[in-house]
Write a protein that binds this ligand. Structure first.
Ligand SMILES: Cc1ncc(COP(=O)(O)O)c(C=O)c1O
Length: 368
């Protein structure tokens, strides 16, 4: 029995099904699965991903890497480690752990090489390409080749290949063909250019949840890094990359007011659900698992306003509801503990261990 709300709850059967399905997909298409742990931030779930065949894990923060090193000896930091403090944390990961970093600049590569040399520690590197996301990643093939060449000459860095993130592809799955075609062409051109100069990438790492099930159609890809698939969320369902019945994570909330006609207020606001936008053509910040037509229309920090206009359901104060958030990863990060339900029975709970970023030590300068 869960005493207080709002809290994130996971339907364990759905979680297990989501884990199985992605593991089977990767095996079927001979793709290395390196799930992104930013979604669950929890070694317990990471261990389940590894048990099902994941070859390693992806992390965005140093805290994620430190936590995940407990369960995996093969980590990718898919984020440029900038600054001495982050470099030292990276190099302090257990020696038994093979560490790879995705980066897109000579500057970060050189500093990483210097720091790694001082610790006499080999670090793998993937050169990050921009294939349309326009976030990180080199947009021009010439620059990719140049950086790959530099890394291959900068021991103890080990050039392992290339990485990209197709996060710009947010069309529904049925309408992704054109964007995936462009991605494929861009990737092909980069792989061929690297091949021509003797730097053929051993690893071509990409993948997101909305594009996950089409990964095998991009032939150059060797490794996929979906994260959201473990829990899924309203966005993933809106894009058709999962069914509504695959949404494993909800925020359990309680109706606290029905005073205003046409709406009900729950105790899950932006600090429990996140204020993440819905996908194009949709509204609201989440929807009820059992009544998806009831959307969270407005949010304050501790209040979520449910729009009842498309439903004849009339809740009473004290009634509990399960809200599927727009973005599971952000919702999870807002909570300390996640509860696992088997049917309606509380079976287990686990902490969101890699939540936050670890406190800065007083001796470390904050800027500079
Ligand atoms: C670099 C990188 N790889 C993989 C992922 C996983 O994508 P998704 O959340 O769609 O599963 C993300 C998500 O933010 C990412 O930033």
């Amino acid at each position: 029995m869960i005493a207080e709300t709002p809290v994130p709850v996971v339907d364990l059967a759905r979680l297990e099904r989501n884990l199985d399905r992605m593991a089977e997909y990767a095996t079927r298409h001979r793709l290395t699965l390196r799930p992104h742990t930013k979604t669950h931030k929890s070694p317990r779930i990471a261990a389940e991903q590894i048990r099902r065949g994941a070859a390693g894990l992806t992390c965005a923060t140093l805290l994620e890497a430190e936590v995940m090193a407990e369960v995996s000896d093969n980590l990718l930091l898919a984020y440029p480690p900038v600054g001495e403090a982050k470099l030292q944390r990276l190099l302090s990961l257990p020696e038994t752990c093979q560490v790879t970093v995705a980066l897109d600049s000579r500057d970060v590569a050189d500093r990483l090489a210097d720091a790694a040399a001082r610790r006499d520690r080999p670090i793998g590197v993937l050169v990050e390409l921009d294939l349309g996301m326009h976030r990180v990643g080199l947009p021009r093939i010439g620059e990719v080749v140049e950086l790959a060449r530099r890394i291959s000459q900068r021991s103890p860095l080990v050039y392992r290949g290339i990485a990209f993130y197709p996060g710009h592809i947010r069309q529904p799955v049925s309408r992704q063909a054109e964007a995936l075609h462009q991605l494929r062409e861009g990737l092909r051109a980069a792989v061929e250019a690297l091949d021509r100069v003797g730097l053929r990438p051993g690893i071509v790492s990409g993948g997101s949840t909305p594009t996950a099930w089409q990964s095998h159609e991009t032939e150059d890809v060797t490794e996929i890094r979906p994260g959201t698939y473990v829990y899924n969320d309203r966005s993933t369902a809106q894009l058709g990359a999962c069914d509504w019945s695959d949404c494993a994570l909800t925020v359990l909330a309680t109706v606290v007011s029905t005073a205003v006609a046409g709406q009900a207020v729950i105790d899950a606001g932006s600090k429990a659900l996140g204020r993440e936008p819905p996908e194009a053509g949709h509204e609201g910040y989440g929807a009820l698992l059992d009544r998806p037509e009831v959307e969270v229309r407005r949010l304050s920090e501790e209040h979520g306003v449910l729009d009842l206009s498309r439903s004849d359901w009339r809740p009473v104060v004290g009634e509990r509801v399960r809200v599927v958030p727009n973005h599971a990863c952000v919702a999870v990060h807002l909570h300390e503990t996640v509860h696992g339900l088997r049917g309606t029975r509380l079976e287990t709970s686990w902490p969101v261990v890699a939540r936050g970023r670890q406190p800065l030590r007083a001796s470390v300068p904050v800027f500079g």
